[in-house]
Design a protein around this ligand. Structure first.
Ligand code: A3P
Length: 288
């Protein structure tokens, strides 16, 4: 592991130093997964905090207490972040966590367990736009530069957690059988109750339609924006400056259209196509 300014190099990917250290990465590698653990694996800016809202509600039959009393980072912690070592013992079964790790970095005990994973995928063009604004407001990340420069960084994988294509490919080829559910951010936006039903069935929860509807209401973009335990307003301004950009910024598919020129689009599409060409699965997105 080497460190450079605000980032650490770890196993070929960049990680923010503010939230990651050699110690916590070792802690993650030694973390003991249990069979009833639930994991959301999400490339950054694809819906991580949305899953931090959804999972406790699904796992506790729609009980609002966790989402109203515990900040998202302690409620459904990141496997790889410093905070896990502090709060791991406070998590109650079934434990829910999130990770930005590509599959190859999952710890040995995960492979030995029956822990389930929900992989959330988002249109990479919208991830890029979301990440561009996030880099402007997160004071612990490098300045993104111009939008044009940031496209290059993103396509080269010089952003936190590396290339989007590597992340998707790693989890798509993970061969976890019925331990993994693939869902997209766009499906969740289009019909949240349907996405929740799918997740609930996958997690073996027998939730009534009334409970699903209640959970959906509490997980809308609008409701989450007002939840102080989820909107990052508890975080000091020196760390995340919400005056520059809100964390819950737009919450819609397709904002890329307001940012990409035709030249950006051609460059982006050609690079992603090239990376995906030998894959046996097709992306659920028209890249043009
Ligand atoms: P935008 O910047 O496009 O608005 P992550 O949590 O992985 O960092 O992802 C953040 C992105 O997910 C942001 O996208 C944020 O607005 C969006 N998001 C979070 N909760 C959402 C919700 N309930 N509905 C729609 N989008 C949501």
């Amino acid at each position: 592991m080497s460190s450079d300014g605000l980032s650490l190099q770890y196993q070929g990917i960049l990680l923010p130093r503010e939230t990651h250290s050699l110690e916590c990465l070792e802690f993650a590698q030694e973390f003991k997964f249990r069979d009833d653990d639930i994991m959301a694996a999400v490339y950054p800016k694809s819906g991580t905090i949305w899953m931090q809202e959804i999972l406790p509600l699904l796992l506790n039959g729609g009980d609002l207490t966790p989402i109203q009393t515990i900040p998202n980072w302690d409620r459904v912690p990141w496997l790889e972040e410093k905070r896990l070592a502090v709060i791991a013992d406070t998590l109650t079964a079934p434990r829910a966590m999130v990770t930005h790790f590509p599959f190859r970095l999952m710890p040995p005990s995960f492979h030995a367990s029956k822990a389930k994973v929900i992989y959330v995928m988002r249109n990479p063009k919208d991830i890029l736009v979301s990440s561009f604004y996030f880099h402007q407001m997160a004071e612990f990340l490098d300045d993104p530069g111009t939008f044009d420069e940031f496209i290059k960084k993103f396509l080269d994988g010089n952003v936190m957690f590396g290339k989007w294509t590597d992340h998707v490919k790693s989890w798509r080829s993970a061969e976890l059988g019925d331990r993994i559910l693939f869902i997209t951010y766009e499906e969740m936006c289009q019909d949240l109750p349907a996405a929740l039903r799918q997740m609930s069935d996958f997690l073996g929860r027998n939730l009534s339609e009334g409970t699903i509807q209640k959970i959906a209401q509490h997980c809308t973009f609008k409701t989450m924006k007002t939840n102080r335990m989820s909107n990052f307003s508890l975080v000091p301004k020196e760390y995340m400056n919400l005056e520059k950009s809100l964390f819950l910024r737009k919450g819609v598919p397709g904002d890329w259209k307001n940012h990409f020129s035709s030249e950006h689009l051609a460059r982006f599409t050609s690079a992603i196509r090239k990376e995906m060409q030998s894959e046996s699965f097709t992306l659920p997105y028209n890249l043009d």
